[in-house]
Design a protein around this ligand. Structure first.
Ligand SMILES: Cc1cc2nc3c(=O)[nH]c(=O)nc-3n(C[C@H](O)[C@H](O)[C@H](O)COP(=O)(O)O)c2cc1C
Length: 326
């Protein structure tokens, strides 16, 4: 292994900016980075927690995704990341300390994955089927690290359980003012740097065509993607080994791998946690996978080619999320 080298600050700043394209719960971007001579530190930013995220689970998954995006972005820039997770037993918000060694070769795969960061977006419309699922799954599994999290594919026979869990979530949340306020707060179009913009959400009629999806406050778009009448996506469930902060972070890192591999393969994706947030529905998902700690799902499918996409969702400015220490 090469000895540790200081990464130029401009490289760190560029790659952190790219990593922050990672998905996050309601686009809350609950992270803070600190760059220093030894590398980077990642912190969970408690001031950015969504009010329904009582045990910080959604924030930890989001931070896991940004951590893995950072690893991917640095690899494309020629730097291998060495990640020490939860390095400070006295500070549970300190999620990772990362040092870097220079790589001798940047592969085409490294570049493709970093390009996927820019191309990826959450697609909430119905998706067409993945034609060669077996081929995609084999490629994906070769990139996954089972020690980080467990990934299960939901069979066609079990999909009805997810539909049932979606229905139950909607019923349980119907009178949940806390959830309503959170959705309102994070989808209202008053902020340009956070939250989910109107164009990225779906109308009531579009939402009806997706059997497993979160019910946001409905928008009023003319109906889009009429050629895909229903959702034919394949759904993956990512489960933690244990109910620990480290394993929840690992679910976020695994989510990042799933989404970037899907994007690099030309597929569309949508992250979902509506059915893992409430214990009643989480138990239904546990029954499907046989795993004790399901944390996050992803719908993977095909979007029609040459379709008009909404603009990328906004992000906070780099100065808001990165502190550079001398
Ligand atoms: C932990 C987590 C949970 C999420 N849950 C959902 C969900 O239930 N439904 C949904 O449509 N999107 C969900 N998302 C996607 C985010 O809303 C999305 O990443 C964010 O708005 C940024 O948009 P982008 O992914 O298009 O860049 C989730 C993302 C994360 C990381």
């Amino acid at each position: 292994m090469n000895s540790m080298t200081t990464v130029p600050t401009d490289v760190l700043a560029r790659t952190v900016a790219l990593a922050c394209r990672a998905p996050s719960y309601h686009n809350s971007q609950p992270w803070q980075w600190i760059a220093n001579r030894d590398g980077l530190d990642l912190f969970l930013d408690p001031s950015r927690l969504v009010q329904t995220d009582l045990n910080e689970r959604q924030a930890l998954i989001s931070c896991g995704a940004v951590l893995d995006h950072l690893r991917v972005a640095m690899a494309a820039a020629g730097w291998r990341a060495h990640i020490d997770r939860l390095p400070d037993s006295k500070n549970s918000e300190h999620l990772a300390s990362i040092s870097f060694t220079e790589m001798t070769v940047v592969s085409d795969g490294d570049r493709r994955r970093a390009e996927a960061i820019v191309k990826r977006r959450t697609d909430r419309l119905p998706l067409g089927p993945v034609m060669d699922w077996a081929g995609f799954e084999t490629a994906l599994r070769s990139r996954l690290d089972d020690t980080m999290a467990l990934v299960d594919v939901v069979s066609d026979a079990d999909r009805s359980e997810l539909v049932e869990a979606t229905y139950l979530t909607n019923v349980l949340r119907f009178y949940d003012t806390n959830d309503f306020e959170a959705l309102h707060r994070w989808t209202a179009p008053f902020e340009a740097s956070e939250g989910i913009p109107y164009d990225s959400l779906v109308s009531a009629a579009e939402g009806e065509r997706v059997d497993v999806g979160r019910k946001f406050l409905p928008t009023h778009h003319p109906e889009r993607r009429p050629q895909v009448p229903n959702d034919f996506s394949t759904i993956l469930v990512i489960s933690a080994h244990e109910h620990t902060r480290r394993d929840t972070l690992g679910c976020g890192e695994t989510l990042s791998t799933v989404l970037l591999e899907a994007t690099a393969a030309g597929l569309a994706s949508c992250t979902l946690t509506h059915v893992t947030e409430l214990s009643v529905t989480r138990h239904l998902i546990e029954r499907v996978t046989g795993r004790a700690f399901p944390q996050v799902l992803a719908r993977i499918g095909c979007a029609p080619e040459n379709e008009h996409f909404p603009p990328p969702t906004p992000r906070r400015s780099l100065a808001d999320v990165l502190t550079i220490k001398p």
